[in-house]
Design a protein around this ligand. Structure first.
Ligand code: ZN
Length: 501
């Protein structure tokens, strides 16, 4: 039953502007107010007047290609992230947040809508396709599925998006809802450029505002060009140990040893550059006295192989490809760490529910993502998939991680004993494999059904046919990404790892 039918308008209206958690907490008291005699509520009259609902700012910074395990606050031993680590100390840090798909455009579409790729229909990056094809494959909002930027803009937030790559440009559909906007003229630009636009905008934009800053400095390209921090991240004992523990220095195909360390030096330097931009954004918001009333989300769209499992870039569903940072700072939210598995579709749902005053109802109604800080949140199977041409799906459930390649190759990993997914135990655990595969199939069926509901048979593309998947595989190969070879130099070892950015 709508609140307006239970409560008098003077209470129902401001309550409707609160987040669902606040509503839930306030509801018993407010219901009591409605049954008290009018006289009892009139003394003193001022006390009964509801305070103006807060309208917090929201900042979303997406660190492209950033493995959670290369940030200090996630245990990385090298100093890649001093600003983010300091922010982590005043935030809730989600230790196991998995991206839905390790390519930029689909992953961001899921963050902004709170639904899985099969549901919004953006399944791969299309920036090398024809303009017509790019438009056809872009995220297309419908009445049933919108970007949170659109929802915020309609509610009166000033929205600004500042992006650094072809895979996040307006043509991808990720720009829906943003009034202020900057994107690179070429395929990519340095984070410096997008951050400068964002900082200028932050200087004068009236509150409340929603800032999305997309940073790309750890991505290859352009990380080959970064020289700023490379000397500070020279190969050291800590790096050699990381590489050995994760099995990054051994070819997946031949077992030969390959030196990955110099690629990781450039990668770490790229993360350090993004950390500087986070520092500058924080300083600018603090300068204008708005830091306390600004909800801040730091997350990523996917990780990077760096040679782990023989994959130099990103695309498959190995954990290092999908485990991303997720930090949430909001007014009144106690800092802490959350060990439970969450998905990147939960990111905005959680931020919204933790920030009374952010518009909540429409987004939470459309999203499959949940408030991971709710007292009734229960860890659920977390789904990831590759772009369709790679045909990989994964399901993470507690200690177990099932990966299905092609149609029937099944891998199972026990992350408690084997955190880097080095030993396939599918043959020893057939019952677990069977249970997880059934859950995986059920989820995929549900997602495809929901796509039809969101789009009512039109709009974004439907899941790919085999023919179309093959066409896209060739399209990627033609760009040279799919055959990127080994970063360490001998170039003949690595499998898969197609990028598409
Ligand atoms: Zn990306």
């Amino acid at each position: 039953m709508p609140l307006s039918q239970i409560l008098p308008p003077c209470i129902a209206a401001p309550l409707a502007a609160c987040g669902p958690r606040v509503r839930l907490a306030l509801l018993p008291a407010l219901l009591l107010l409605t049954v008290l005699p009018a006289a009892a509520r009139q003394d003193p009259p001022a006390a009964a007047a509801p305070a103006a609902a807060p309208r917090p700012n929201l900042v979303l910074i997406t660190l492209d290609t950033t493995r959670a395990d290369h940030l200090g606050c996630y245990g990385y031993p090298r100093p890649t992230s001093p600003t983010i680590d300091a922010l982590a100390a005043e935030s809730v840090v989600f230790e196991r947040c998995l991206a839905v798909l390790p390519h930029t455009t689909p992953s961001h579409a899921s963050i902004f809508t709170g639904v899985y790729p099969y549901e919004h229909g953006v399944l791969s990056c299309s920036f090398r396709a024809s303009v017509e094809d790019q438009e056809r494959r872009a995220f297309a909002p419908t009445e049933r599925l919108r970007s949170y930027a659109q929802i915020l803009a309609d509610a009166g937030w000033n929205t600004g998006g500042f992006v650094t790559a072809a895979t996040t440009k307006k043509i991808t559909g990720l720009g829906h809802g943003f009034t202020a906007w900057s994107e690179p003229e070429a395929e990519v630009c340095a984070g410096d450029e997008a951050a400068a636009h964002a900082l200028e905008w932050l200087q004068t934009v009236p509150e409340p505002f929603f800032l999305w800053l997309h940073l790309f400095d750890a991505h290859a390209p352009p990380r080959e060009k970064h020289v700023k921090w490379v000397k500070e991240f020279a190969v050291d004992a800590a790096l050699k140990q990381v590489v050995a523990e994760r099995g990054m220095n051994v070819s997946a195909r031949s077992g030969r040893r390959i030196d990955r360390t110099h690629e990781i030096v450039r990668y770490d330097a790229g993360i350090r550059m993004m950390d500087d931009h986070v520092r500058d954004v924080r300083a600018r918001i603090a300068e204008r006295g708005a830091w306390e009333r600004t909800t801040v989300v730091i997350t990523g769209d996917h990780g990077e192989g760096l040679g782990q499992h023989g994959v130099p870039l990103h695309g498959p569903v190995w954990q290092e490809q999908v485990r991303v940072p997720f930090l949430l700072k909001a007014a009144g939210l106690a800092p802490g760490r959350v060990p439970m598995l969450v998905s990147s579709i939960d990111v905005l749902a959680t931020a919204i529910a933790s920030s009374p005053g952010l518009p909540a109802d429409e987004f939470l109604a459309q999203a499959r993502g949940q408030d991971a800080l709710s007292s009734d949140f229960e860890e659920r199977p977390v789904f990831s998939m590759s772009p369709p041409q790679q045909r990989e799906h994964a399901l993470s459930v507690g200690r177990w991680r099932l990966i299905r390649r092609q149609r029937d190759e099944l891998l199972l990993f026990d992350l408690e004993r084997d955190p880097h997914e080095l030993k396939n135990v599918a043959a020893q655990q057939p019952e677990v494999v069977k249970r997880l595969e059934q859950q995986l199939d059920q989820l995929i069926r549900d997602q495809k059904r929901r796509h039809a509901w969101y789009y009512e048979g039109h709009g974004a593309e439907a899941p790919l046919s085999d023919e179309e998947a093959e066409k896209r595989r060739k399209e990627l190969e033609a760009t040279g990404y799919a055959d990127d070879g080994d970063a360490g130099g001998d170039g003949d070892e690595d499998e898969g790892g197609d990028d598409g950015a």
